[in-house]
Write a protein that binds this ligand. Structure first.
Ligand code: SF4
Length: 220
């Protein structure tokens, strides 16, 4: 950074802010210790030859004010439309750190069924297991490293969204793909909540993320 800022030479600069921005921009899902050469490669292609100092300074400013480690302000980010981690909702996990890599990764589906009265279908989870007894949208089993075969619980024209949601539990990270469908028939023992119900805001965090993804993006 010093060479490019002080002497305006096109030196490649990598600090924590720049690592984070480039990793998210190109959705580099490798541990930071291993991804440096890939980050250099990406930077080499986009560094400004005319104004490398400004380029370095701009990236560092972006990293410290907008593309922060936690809660990046993506809606104010000039890279928003190019950013793969934002597009795929993976920015919370990028850049990856060794601690996270050592965690088990589980995958599954969250089934968001909407009735013809525009209500979301919730069920009570089984008494055993994680989130036991909580009221949630139904989900599949969570399988290690691969997605299980989707088996939606109600008849419908189910579609899988491109975006996933991610959540860290103490012993594993979870990726859930969202499936949605309009539902005409459902069992009597389900719970129906309007889309603006405050109950949806008190769901377990991972479920709340899935419901919010659908409602906030008007994917219904
Ligand atoms: S869109 Fe969001 S994650 Fe992507 S570079 Fe900008 S602030 Fe970072």
């Amino acid at each position: 950074a010093i060479i490019s800022i002080a002497f305006d030479k096109p030196a490649i600069v990598i600090d924590g802010n720049i690592q984070r921005i480039i990793s998210r921009l190109y959705e580099i899902k490798e541990d930071l210790k291993k991804s440096k050469s890939k980050i250099y490669g990406k930077l080499e292609k986009i560094i400004s030859q005319e104004r490398p100092g400004d380029f370095a300074q701009a990236l560092m400013d972006l990293g410290s004010t907008i593309c922060k480690p936690v809660n990046p302000k993506c809606n104010s980010c000039p890279l928003l439309k190019y950013c793969l981690a934002h597009k795929n909702n993976t920015y919370k996990f990028i850049p990856l750190k060794t601690k996270k890599l050592n965690k088990v990764i589980k995958k599954g589906y969250l089934y968001i069924g909407i009735t013809t009265e525009e209500k979301i279908i919730l069920i009570k989870r089984p008494k055993k297991g994680l989130l036991s007894g909580t009221i949630c949208p139904p989900s599949s089993d969570w399988k290690q490293n691969e997605f299980p075969t989707p088996k939606p619980p109600f008849k419908g024209d189910w579609k899988i969204l491109n975006e996933s949601i991610f959540h860290s539990f103490t012993h594993f990270d979870l990726e859930l793909k969202i499936m949605i469908s309009k539902i005409n028939e459902y069992p009597n023992d389900v719970y129906l909540e309007p889309l603006n119900s405050s109950i949806l805001k008190s769901l377990p965090t991972v479920m709340k993320k899935g419901v919010a993804l659908v409602i906030d993006n008007h994917i219904i």
